[in-house]
Ligand binder design. Structure first.
Ligand code: ZN
Length: 320
């Protein structure tokens, strides 16, 4: 006779196939008492939260892991877009309108903070930066999908000694320091610097990083639910893994800039020359090998120049 009231909680789970976690020889958690298996390594038992001792919670965690894996696999397979020029597949889930608002806000904030350093738009330096930037944009207009058209872009020069250039591609804003302008040696090298910054915008690198950061959060919450704080260690390592990603984006912007330069009639080789010039100024040159390998978001100029020279040979084999 079937007595429902005699059926234990775990047996009920078993009827739905979840109890196999307990009854199967391949069970992954429980011993006969339903507690965390004493066959687990001691360090894993210590790290695991009490909530995971409950078979229902274990089943719930399994379902969450399954759903998360399915969603991430779906995103990886179906939601990736292609970066122009390099054709790399990327996952960028930030809508264009949100990306534009974020870029406008950041750009405005930077301009407000440094408004006393900005040169007037009728100064020769500003006119030159704008002329070079507009030529790059106009000759590569077909690549500016989802970012402002050339006529919407604004170029500023900041009276700042450090050699700096930054662009908010989605907002159509580019800022160059006088320190960079006066030290860079030719118009082609200035174009190379601007092309690199514009390439970041075309590739939507900022939003790709926001997406990657967001994708770390659900597994992190899940790990927090299951384990004590010690599990944070592998996640810190995962965040460390994002640093090489940032460096890969720098290399990608370098490679893309070669095409932008070529289309605009500038010499792609000027990208390598600009890195040589900036390297001789000490930009990035202070980093130790350890920093370069682990913590730095930017590769060294030497490393970038080597890769740019290799890319030039591949992309423009007949260039002198
Ligand atoms: Zn960059």
């Amino acid at each position: 006779m079937f007595k429902l009231h005699n059926v234990s909680r775990l047996q009920t789970l078993s009827r739905f196939g979840l109890g196999s976690l307990r009854s199967s020889p391949r069970r992954w958690f429980a011993n006969s008492n339903g507690d965390i298996s004493d066959k687990w390594p001691k360090w894993l038992q210590l790290m695991t939260r009490n909530s995971l001792k409950n078979p229902y919670d274990r089943a719930r965690v399994m379902v969450m892991i399954g759903v998360t894996t399915a969603v991430y696999s779906g995103l990886y397979l179906f939601a990736r877009s292609e970066v122009p020029i390099t054709q790399r597949k990327q996952l960028d889930l930030v809508p264009c309108s949100v990306e534009r608002k974020m870029a406008l806000r950041e750009g405005e904030k930077l301009l407000q903070q440094h408004h006393h350093l900005l040169l007037a738009s009728n100064e020769g330096v500003v006119k030159k930066v704008k002329e070079v930037g507009m030529r790059l944009l106009a000759k590569n207009a077909q690549l500016l999908k989802d970012i402002p058209a050339p006529e919407e872009w604004k170029f500023h020069v900041m009276n700042e000694d450090g050699p700096t250039a930054v662009a908010f591609g989605s907002a159509g804003l580019c800022i160059v320091s006088t320190g960079l302008f006066y030290r860079i040696q030719t118009e082609d090298q200035l174009a190379a610097v601007l092309a690199h910054e514009i390439a970041h915008g075309i590739a939507h690198h900022a939003c790709e990083r926001v997406t990657e950061f967001g994708l770390y959060i659900p597994p992190l919450l899940l790990a927090g639910y299951c384990f004590h704080a010690a599990i944070a260690i592998p996640y810190l390592l995962l965040f460390g893994a994002m640093m090489p990603r940032a460096r890969a984006m720098e290399h990608e912007a370098d490679v893309m800039s070669l095409k932008l330069l070529h289309n605009a009639g500038y010499s792609p080789k000027s990208a390598a020359d600009a890195l040589l010039t900036l390297g001789s100024l000490g930009t990035n040159a202070h980093m130790s090998n350890f920093k370069r390998a682990s913590l730095a978001t930017h590769p060294t100029n030497i490393e970038r120049r080597e890769r740019v020279e290799a890319a030039i040979k591949t992309m423009f084999p007949h260039a002198s």
